[in-house]
Design a protein around this ligand. Structure first.
Ligand code: SF4
Ligand code: MSK
Length: 632
């Protein structure tokens, strides 16, 4: 049996709950991962093709004999690159469909259908200006309607390029244009990858990866950016606030509701419903002290960024949350919801409530969400949870761990913080100058984004936490999103005390600006906030993103969305370190292309490094090399 890291975690609450779940005879992700060993080598290397019914075909690499081509003649390079491209397209589709739903929600808000409204007028006007929408003598609703329609057009417009590409530095846009990978419309790029990778179509690995890059860029600079920006318009742009994180945020004597998944449309309505006096009174009538709302995965990130709602945990903690026996309802929308939840709730009173047509789970209660009746439906869901409180029968065990930290560092919030040290006579408010000055002076060596999921191939959370600690120790500012953000806040890296882990330069910056050294920038789609920040820094310095002393890492990634994120980051000129190898190792050619040759074309590249300490060293090396090239 292969050596694995089952049930290891650097998070005490997770270790305790895992042990407890074992005692209770419950099956969790770690048990299933162990049962899966050894995992299929062909799949792991990307060498299995099922693209037509002549297959499945697999390329045998470990022995001299055995097939070296698929039945149609597809080589390992073709098969591996096609599989990778399809995963990227699926990831881009998932993020972008989320963005489409948000654009639709803004459209309804503009028509005054339903409960949403424009909360961030400034951001709406900023986007309107960027997109040449007339604002003079028009109501906010008229502007919002036009922006929403234009955002919806981004998915399928027949001509032109994505509007948000205009945010990228000019040098970057020229690279994309010359390579023919400037995305035209989001759906079109995803469809094109699916077409090109159909049996008997594109067999050239470079061309396949180029097309995948185009689809990935349509995610980062398209679907995800629309998701982030329009969510801010509807629900407000996050500002810093304090919150708590880990399973210890659950409260024994309260009705506990966990919202889990990705889209803020439902969870925002549940935040409102959970404060409804009638529902709180109903909860008290059931014997509870009140209603306690907590978030999981990226839904958790969305509502903590905007409301400071406590974060119950990340991807690997979803089953463990139910095993506390204290969750009265787990309400899910889309993405990263383990189908196993419907099994584990059978042992508890917990109601698993699915809400999206795109993500039903057998055994769950389905209460379809409708953007036009958001709060009404949210109240029904909360009522369901409240009435379930009295059905608690099992022993309750909530681990006491809960960490404190600051969240809510949107791009706009970061600019506002930088204003504190900006000479307002020389520079207008909202400049990245202080950040650039700190990097140029060397007080700050650079910045790194740590993003992504949990994966049993890496000890839970320790990829994120070890890497973050190693980087801040070396004066590298860390920004984070997704489940990486959960890991960092649980480890105390978003509290002011975390300056104790920092090098002298970063500690000085953090104390001056009153920020933690690891900044929570939001959910997975909010990596687009990082793109906007990097673009503005590059533009301020008169250069390209690929020239900056920055890097990205996904130490515990697992999803197709993460593959899309990785490729759009590389295609935006960023060095990306992955803690888990993607399924491309079956082709040395494709590995060499993505980890080396692609840098000459796009300025960014992938690196695979499973040891987070070594990953930090590689990031430091990259950042110092970029500094040297900049002469700083
Ligand atoms: Fe096999 Fe080619 Fe069909 Fe893939 S497309 S399953 S390699 S025959
Ligand atoms: S939730 S995609 S496990 S980060 Fe965005 Fe976490 Fe990864 Fe899902």
């Amino acid at each position: 049996m292969k050596e694995t890291n089952f049930c290891k975690s650097c998070d005490n609450a997770t270790v305790k709950m895992y042990e407890y779940a074992k005692e209770m005879g419950l099956e969790t992700i770690w048990d299933r991962a162990q049962a899966m060993q050894p995992q299929c080598g062909f799949g792991e290397m990307g060498l299995c093709c099922t693209n037509c019914s002549m297959g499945p075909c697999r390329i045998v690499k470990i022995t001299e004999d055995g097939p070296k081509k698929g039945i149609c003649g597809a080589t390992e390079d073709t098969i591996v690159s096609r599989n990778f491209a399809r995963a990227v397209a699926a990831g881009a589709a998932a993020h972008s469909d989320h963005g489409r739903d948000i654009a639709q929600a803004l459209y309804h808000a503009a028509l005054e259908e339903g409960d949403y409204e424009v909360r961030d007028k400034d951001k709406l006007l900023k986007i309107a200006k960027e997109w040449n929408v007339k604002v003079e003598n028009r109501s906010l609703k008229e502007i919002a309607r036009e922006v929403a329609l234009m955002a919806l057009e981004e998915f399928g417009k027949p001509f032109g390029k994505l509007r948000f590409l205009g945010r990228a530095p000019e040098k970057r846009r020229v690279i994309w244009d010359e390579l023919g990978i400037s995305p035209r419309a989001i759906d079109r790029e995803v469809v094109q990858v699916m077409h090109s990778t159909h049996m008997g179509c594109d067999a050239d690995y470079r061309n396949i990866i180029n097309q995948a890059a185009k689809a990935a860029l349509s995610d980062g600079w398209g679907g995800s950016m629309i998701g982030t920006e329009l969510s801010d318009v509807i629900f407000g742009t996050p500002v810093p606030k304090k919150t708590q994180a880990n399973l210890g945020v659950l409260k024994e004597n309260y009705v506990n509701i966990i919202v889990h998944g990705h889209e803020p449309t439902l969870s925002e309505a549940i935040v409102i419903a959970s404060k409804d006096p009638e529902l709180i009174e109903l909860a008290q009538k059931q014997g509870a002290e009140g209603i306690n709302l907590a978030g999981m995965c990226c839904t958790g990130n969305e509502i903590t960024m905007r409301h400071g709602v406590p974060m119950a945990g990340n991807f690997f903690q979803q089953e463990l949350a139910i095993a506390t026996g204290a969750v009265d309802a787990m309400v899910v929308d889309v993405q990263c919801i383990m189908p196993s939840l419907s099994e584990i709730v059978k042992c508890y009173h917990t109601k698993l409530i699915t809400t999206s047509l795109k993500a039903k789970v057998p055994g769950a209660i389905h209460m379809e969400f409708d953007e036009e009746k958001a709060v009404e439906i949210a109240k029904k869901i909360v009522r369901e949870a409240v009435l379930n409180y009295k059905n608690r029968k099992q022993k309750i065990y909530i681990p006491e761990e809960k960490a404190q930290g600051y969240v809510g560092y949107s791009y706009e919030a970061i600019l506002k913080i930088l204003d504190k040290v900006t000479n307002s006579f020389a520079h207008p408010a909202g400049t990245v100058k202080p950040l650039v000055d700190a990097m140029k002076s060397g007080v700050l060596r650079g910045a790194a984004a740590i993003v992504g999921c949990n994966n049993h191939k890496v000890p839970h959370d320790s990829g994120h936490v070890t890497l973050a600690k190693e980087l801040i120790k070396r004066d590298i500012l860390v920004v984070t999103t997704g489940c990486g953000a959960h890991a960092c806040i649980k480890a105390g890296l978003m509290s002011m005390d975390a300056v104790n882990y920092c090098g002298k330069g970063l500690a000085t910056c953090c104390e001056l600006l009153e920020i933690p050294p690891v900044l929570h920038m939001g959910s997975c789609v909010d990596i687009s906030r990082i793109l906007t920040l990097l673009s503005d820094v590059a533009k301020y310095m008169g250069m390209d993103i690929s020239d900056l002393p920055v890097a990205a890492a996904a130490p515990e990634w697992m999803s197709e969305k993460a593959q899309s994120i990785g490729l759009y980051a590389v295609s935006s000129g960023i060095y990306v370190v992955l803690g888990v190898a993607p399924a491309i190792t079956g082709s040395e050619t494709v590995v060499n292309y993505l980890t080396s040759d692609i840098e000459k074309i796009l300025g960014g590249r992938f690196e695979v490094e499973s040891d987070p300490v070594k990953a930090a060293e590689k990031i430091v090396y990259h950042i110092e090399m970029k500094r040297k090239m900049l002469g700083i």
